[in-house]
Design a binder for this molecule. Structure first.
Ligand code: ADP
Ligand code: MG
Length: 287
């Protein structure tokens, strides 16, 4: 590989908003066979909004007050929803994030749990007739969270995030380049499948705990494939480091950008097939 052609290639990439941290990464991009994409903030815009809430006013007050302590995008949606509904927030005495499952908090002498089925099962909460509604939300691509106060089920809050407009086209182009495309998410299987369908992805790995994301990358590498990971979150950083090429979303967290080999400006997914085409053209020039 001549240093000059690599420099031309990374320069061309940079002009397009694809920032390689070094020439070696451009050469490795040429060898990619599979791409794993995180869902929230990578395939979707990462600006979720509450679409449904089945609880009462007290449940919303405790729910939103608790979520104020969380940095998760889901929490932001719930806090915004409560603010729009002019809910008075209460002081939280205790707050615990349970990664991949939800949150637990104490306030006004009460305990609240918000999160997925696993969280409720772990706390032995009786879910009454929530399952049918939950499935309905999830089938429509929404992330539904269950609420329990003092050990009793109190309702569901469902949140939706829209896909990036160019995501289907970007995935189509990746497939045309012969790349295997996989979605990786901590969200539940049904919601993940619904979003995957909207963008044309047929391989989904869902319900992955934050600390398991890197292991999933290793599994695919274990099949003998050169793999890229695309992500935006603090959660994605270990997977970005593990992948043969880590691609950070420019609008994502600083941690993800630092962990990655490449950053795509504005989180524009079309820049990923573009980067691959540039790498192919560069390596062709070398040979
Ligand atoms: P993602 O890959 O979508 O970022 P996470 O691993 O962060 O997924 O979260 C997985 C699941 O855990 C969420 O879909 C949600 O059900 C639950 N969860 C995470 N954070 C919160 C929170 N702050 N409030 C309620 N539920 C949460
Ligand atoms: Mg994300």
């Amino acid at each position: 590989a001549t240093p000059t052609s690599i420099m031309v290639g990374t320069g061309k990439a940079a002009e397009n908003g694809i920032l390689f941290k070094g020439g070696g990464h451009l050469e490795r991009t040429h060898q990619l066979e599979a791409i794993i994409l995180d869902k929230t903030g990578t395939i979707t815009k990462g600006k979720p909004e509450v679409t449904d809430f089945t609880g009462d006013k007290e449940a919303l007050q405790l729910l939103a007050s608790a979520e104020k302590g969380s940095e998760h995008p889901l929490a932001g949606a719930i806090v915004a929803y409560a603010t729009e509904n002019e809910i008075d927030f209460v002081d939280v005495d205790e707050f615990n994030a349970i990664p991949g499952h939800g949150i637990e908090a104490k306030m006004s002498g009460k305990q609240i749990l918000v999160g997925n089925r696993k969280l409720m099962v772990d706390h032995q909460i009786e879910m009454e007739d929530s399952e049918e509604k939950l499935v309905d939300y999830e089938t429509n691509g929404k992330t539904a969270m269950l609420i329990a106060i003092d050990g009793k089920y109190r309702g569901i809050v469902a949140v939706a995030d829209t896909i990036k407009e160019t995501a289907p086209e970007a995935i189509k182009q990746l497939k045309e380049l012969g790349i295997e495309v996989i979605m990786l998410t901590g969200d539940n299987e049904r919601t993940a499948q619904a979003i995957a369908k909207q963008v044309g992805i047929d391989q989904v790995i869902a319900q992955v705990l934050p600390e398991e994301k890197a292991d999933k990358v290793k599994e695919i590498q274990g099949q003998g494939k050169k793999v890229a990971m695309v992500g935006d979150g603090v959660n994605d950083a270990p997977a970005l480091v593990t992948a043969d090429i880590g691609i950070a979303i420019g609008t994502g967290t600083e941690v993800a950008i630092e962990a990655a080999d490449v950053t795509i400006l504005g989180g524009e997914l079309l820049l990923i097939p573009k980067a691959i085409r540039i790498s192919h053209a560069t390596i062709r020039n070398i040979r």
